[in-house]
Design a protein around this ligand. Sequence first.
Ligand code: UGA
Ligand code: MN
Length: 258
Amino acid sequence: PIIYAITPTYARPVQKAELTRLSHVVKLVPNIHWIIIEDAIETSKLVKSLLERADLKSRSTLLSAKTPDDFKLKAKDPNWSKARGVEQRNAGLEVIRKRINKASSRHTIVYFMDDDNTYSLELFQEMAKIERGKVGVWPVGLVGGLMVEKPILGGNEIIGFNSAWRPERPFPIDMAGFAISGDLIMDYPDASFSYEAPRGYQESEILRYVTVVRDLQPLANNCRSVLVWHTRTEAPKLDSETKLKKDGQKRSDDGMEV
Ligand code: UGA
Ligand code: MN
């Protein structure tokens, strides 16, 4: 199958490091098409040239979709009120719906690949096993206050989840823990992410359109292997940079891309 990986990304000091890491995984996965959506008015030179240098231009689509100001998390907002990646992932789904040719019989798989997580190559081998009309699921390491969040199996069927954080969610799993067969994306054109959903409910939001828990396809050794980790990169302290500015000196990265 062709795997469409949708990656929202936004400008910040660690962006190039994150995308460099991801690009190396993408390069090693056969039959992947990487859709990167920048949270900005237009695409950036940084991301464009990163894709060029990684020789991924022909295997990727780069676009931008800016989160509307009303939906961007502001300093005073409660943390749960606003989700990240909604605008970008919906733009990615639009690209896929245009690209998937209903007449062609090629099987496709759609995965939401955030720019900061850690993905193993084996994960993509597992994902390729997702059957038509199915959503594949697997454990995710280091998320929701646990070492691992995972689906619970009864026989070959998924009968629950071990999540500790908001276990009442219809699908209490992280974005990194599932991928969707492309024909479901085509069959349910309304399936998308929503600003209306409470924080932590984006996964449930899209999944409720396309599947039910008992139809989920367990992967990664019947959900016993961890092949992806919900890592989060620490924001670097740049106080010496502030000091340079105060002293009227040039930034350390003057004329450089970091
Ligand atoms: C968790 C989940 O792992 C995300 O998939 C989910 O979107 C998010 O919660 C949520 O509920 O909104 P978390 O690590 O908190 O993830 O989120 P980030 O990794 O900071 O953001 C998810 C994606 O959106 C990333 O690819 C990031 O680059 C992108 N993003 C983030 C933007 O495009 N714009 C932003 O302003 C912030
Ligand atoms: Mn993250």
